[in-house]
Design a protein around this ligand. Structure first.
Ligand code: BGC
Length: 910
């Protein structure tokens, strides 16, 4: 009897252990079930769910791939490897337009096997130009000067039973497409922005549900967008061409195995409708009286429409979309409707956001309503748009009349918090107005909270800076006549961006445009480059080419991005090498430490001017270092040797030119010392002194920062890593100008371009350069996550395969918690101070390991889950060093408590 019970128990244990290993969260090329994949070897990722078991590692996996009609494609067999992220497909060549299903099962280090996962799928895109049977088409009528949005349509009929229909669409300009009157997909501003002449993305949509047997109609509206609208300054437009065009292919697969294509060709018709003009900078004009109801449905009488012109536009440049589409995201109701001192009617949505307003209205035909957009009110409380420069950020609507109408633009967006409403019939009612945020729909990755509400608001502002400016490309600002892919801004913010959202696909796409637009290796100021061949190679801007891929490798463990970008990284370093003399890169134009601190009345020279060539030499070294790092990962031994030798020469040249023998730099600024320390420009022996000089410099200003775009991202990091954490916390927590919290105290809901966009007396900085939604200074988010919350990855296990968790206490915080969704699952590092106790909550996902550093007076002072560490089999104690107990743990949730660490050292060398 006893034996039987034991057997049962054993069986139950085996069963429950097996039940505790599941595999889920399947991704193909970082996306769940993507359509339109053109990677020849798509990469698969999955997560292990091991319930609350600890120390779970994958020991093997098996993948099986079939066509969606069940034909076997590839089976890996049991692969004895821990790899669960970005596992490449190595089966036979994949076919254009085909859908494939895949499943995975895994084994773990406790001998468990999972069941097969739920199936996941991906669908290939159109892989060769010849797969496009569609022809480019342009409207057939002569265009008016205001460039109304053309409408294009065609009817067709379906006789057989449909199994699946896929629409492949792109445009010169922007498009919005319809089937039988309903919009195709939920993506906006398609096809997005790339270096169009070299790479033009198309989108793939599953439209099976939008078609019907019998009569069908397909239609599309076009607009100028980035392709030929106003872009950059001085009325610059038609950058990529004068004519907009559509390319669309509807691929129909029938139940009987046959296929058919409905394509853009000379049989389509064209006209215009309600959208009379549309510009990214200058808003939209919509005359609803000119709407053509039913134009995108079957049975519409298009006898008065013109034909179309086919165009011989390139198809060789077509590529599948890699990044997430722009979608409608949060909506905001008015928090206040008021009349300004000037007598204007204004709505406050409470958040500076990027998108548009949607307005319900009833009025007479011909009634004109104008919606203008502003980020801020001026000192007197009036609607302020001078900082938008030449951007005429307003939408004009002429009502059709005869019932409720919903007003919203289609092909433009605005950066705004305040909406000025003119011509609205009747009083403004809160329920009739809504602000809609639109941005690239990247998965949310991180969450950061603390006991300090101002810091929480700062984190909110950083996130909203990202939401507003990650609009298919990383832009500097979303509101004025700029909105360009400034490379410097993108690189300084990139690591922070990776904490807030999963930007893997977003940057993978943009980095290809960086490569595509390099000129003789030189990286443009903006990508896509719309400023011309002379606007390239500024230090700290061009280094986006090396910094972002390396950051992505660390955050996502993706060696593919290094492979993809290696040529570009190397070309950039080689460009600097060619421009250097005796290993000193001191030529050419540089933005330098853009927007650094400079007081108005600078009698005793407090402006923090850093020598631009000193900055350039630091970035030359840094990019070379990152190239070496990438070469090591990719096994390019000759390059490692070659560039290591070059790096030494670059540093020697730096020391000779910009440093005295005792380590004083020619520019005594914070940025000079920060860059020199961060990029290891100084001999080891002189670093301590340099950090002291940096800390003294900060204190000489009454403890405030003076850094611009280039110094700011590393300022606190350099201080805390070199034993000056108190100074770093003082900078973070300072509330007066200049500081991160000054805008917060002034009511900011996003990051400002300048430390004093709005001055302490509420007046504004010069309007020529004063955006209130500019993420660069939000780069402090990286330090908050990685150093203060202590959530980091080891370089030898990038992508959080080997987690490093070392919180930095101080700054009067009682509590800080950060969670990050990694490819392995969520990682949490949270700590709380309770009287003399320090509690640390840690979550480590399955198939990873972590080095955790617990602030504590000794090993014996630390318990986990109530047990002493020595009694805790799941935890390996490494030792005690500099105020931290270091342990090594596997996956699972852990609650560490350290007694007597109420006064944990804040200035410990990390
Ligand atoms: C942009 C930037 C950019 C800078 C270059 C500005 O107009 O808004 O953020 O990096 O120019 O100096």
């Amino acid at each position: 009897m006893k034996k039987i019970i034991l057997l049962h128990l054993f069986a139950a244990m085996v069963f429950s252990a097996a039940a505790q290993l599941k595999v889920h969260h399947l991704l193909t090329e970082n996306k769940p079930n993507p359509l339109g994949v053109d990677a020849a070897q798509p990469r698969f990722s999955w997560q292990l769910d091991a319930g609350n078991r600890r120390n779970v590692l994958q020991t093997a996996y098996e993948l099986v791939i079939q066509t969606d009609d069940g034909q076997p494609v590839w089976r890996t067999g049991k692969m004895a490897t821990p790899q669960s992220v970005l596992v490449p497909f190595k089966g036979p060549a994949l076919a254009s337009g085909k859908r494939y299903n895949w499943q995975v099962r895994v084994w773990d280090n406790a001998g468990n096997a999972s069941d097969w996962s739920e199936p996941s799928f991906w669908q290939m895109g159109l892989l060769k130009p010849s797969d496009w049977k569609a022809q480019w088409i342009e409207p057939g009528f002569a265009e008016e000067a205001t460039r109304p949005s053309p409408l294009l349509r065609k009817e067709f009929s379906i006789a057989k039973k449909l199994k699946r229909a896929t629409a492949y669409i792109t445009a010169h300009g922007l498009y919005e497409a319809y089937l039988n009157g309903s919009r195709i997909g939920d993506a906006y501003f398609t096809p997005g922005w790339t270096s169009y002449n070299k790479r033009l993305q198309y989108q793939a949509y599953d439209v099976t549900g939008q078609l019907q047997q019998g009569a069908n109609a397909v239609g599309a509206a076009l607009a100028s967008g980035w392709y030929r609208g106003n872009l950059a300054w001085g009325g610059n437009r038609d950058i990529y061409g004068k004519d907009i065009a559509l390319l669309m292919q509807l691929q129909l697969e029938f139940e009987d195995g046959t296929t058919e294509q409905i394509v853009t060709d000379g049989s389509w018709k064209s006209s215009t409708g309600a959208i009379r003009s549309s510009e990214i900078y200058h808003g939209e004009k919509v005359d609803a009286r000119l709407d053509q109801p039913g134009w995108n449905k079957p049975g519409f009488n298009d006898a008065s429409w013109t034909g179309v012109k086919t165009a011989a536009n390139a198809k060789e440049v077509l590529v599948a979309t890699y990044n997430e589409p722009i979608r409608k995201k949060e909506t905001f109701a008015p928090v206040k409707i008021f009349t300004t001192p000037k007598g204007e009617q204004v709505i406050d949505f409470g958040q500076n956001l990027v998108g548009w307003a949607e307005v319900k209205v009833r009025g007479a035909s011909g009634q004109q309503i104008i919606l203008s957009h502003a980020e801020v009110l001026d000192k007197a409380g009036n609607f302020y748009i001078t900082n938008l420069r030449a951007a005429n950020s307003r939408d004009t609507f002429i009502l059709k009349g005869g019932g409720e109408e919903v007003l919203a633009p289609t092909f433009t967006w605005h950066g705004f918090r305040y909406l000025k409403v003119e011509g609205y019939p009747g009083t403004l009612n809160k329920d009739d107005f809504e602000a809609v945020a639109l941005y690239s729909d990247m998965p949310v990755a991180g969450k950061f909270t603390s006991s300090n509400e101002l810091i929480n608001q700062l984190q909110h502002n950083i996130e909203w800076g990202q939401r507003g400016n990650f609009l298919d490309v990383p832009t500097d600002c979303p509101q004025r006549d700029e909105r360009l892919g400034w490379t410097g801004d993108a690189q300084v913010f990139s690591r922070t961006a990776m904490f807030n959202m999963n930007v893997h696909s977003f940057f993978t796409k943009w980095m290809q445009d960086v490569s595509a637009d390099q000129i003789d290796g030189a990286v443009p100021f903006v990508v896509p480059n719309v400023l011309g061949a002379g606007s390239v190679a500024s230090a700290g801007w061009a280094d986006a080419a090396t910094i972002i891929p390396w950051n992505m490798y660390l955050a996502y463990g993706d060696t593919g991005i290094l492979q993809q970008q290696y040529g570009s990284m190397k070309a950039w370093v080689e460009h600097m090498r060619r421009k250097s003399k005796n290993d000193l890169w001191n030529t050419g134009f540089h933005f330098g430490d853009w927007l650094f601190y400079r007081p108005d009345d600078d009698n005793d020279g407090r402006a923090a001017v850093t020598d631009k060539y000193l900055v350039a030499q630091c970035f030359y070294a840094h990019s070379t270092q990152l190239l070496i790092n990438a070469a090591k990962v990719l096994g390019k031994k000759a390059d490692v040797l070659q560039y290591t030798a070059l790096l030494q020469k670059i540093k020697d040249a730096f020391r000779k030119e910009y440093m005295t023998p005792s380590g004083r730099l020619v520019s005594g600024t914070q940025t000079a010392y920060v860059l020199a320390l961060q990029f290891d420009m100084l001999p080891e022996a002189l670093r301590k002194g340099a950090t002291e000089r940096l800390a003294e410099n900060v204190k000489s200003y009454g403890t405030h920062l003076t850094t611009g775009f280039l110094g700011t991202p590393y300022l606190c990091e350099v201080l805390s890593r070199n034993g000056q954490a108190d100074v770093a916390f003082a900078l973070l927590l300072r509330e007066q100008y200049p500081s991160w919290l000054f805008p917060v105290k002034m009511g900011a809901t996003t990051i400002w371009e300048r430390w004093d966009g709005q001055k302490p007396d509420s007046s504004f900085q010069t309007p020529g350069m004063n955006s209130f939604n500019h993420y660069a200074y939000g780069a402090i988010g990286d330090w908050m996550y990685r150093t203060v919350a202590g959530l980091d990855t080891e370089e030898d296990g990038p992508g959080y395969k080997h987690i490093r968790m070392k919180p930095l206490t101080g700054g009067n915080f009682n509590h800080i918690a950060a969670t990050l969704q990694t490819y392995y699952g969520p990682v949490t590092s949270g700590w709380k101070r309770e009287e003399a106790n320090f509690n640390m909550d840690v979550v480590i996902p399955a198939n990873t390991q972590a080095s955790v550093f617990i602030p504590a007076p000794s090993v014996n002072a630390v318990r986990e889950g109530g047990l002493a560490l020595s009694q805790n089999g799941a935890i390996k104690v490494i030792g005690f060093h500099n105020g931290y107990v270091q342990v090594k743990i596997g996956s699972g949730s852990y609650q560490f408590t350290a007694t007597g660490s109420g006064t944990a050292t804040t200035s410990a060398k990390r």
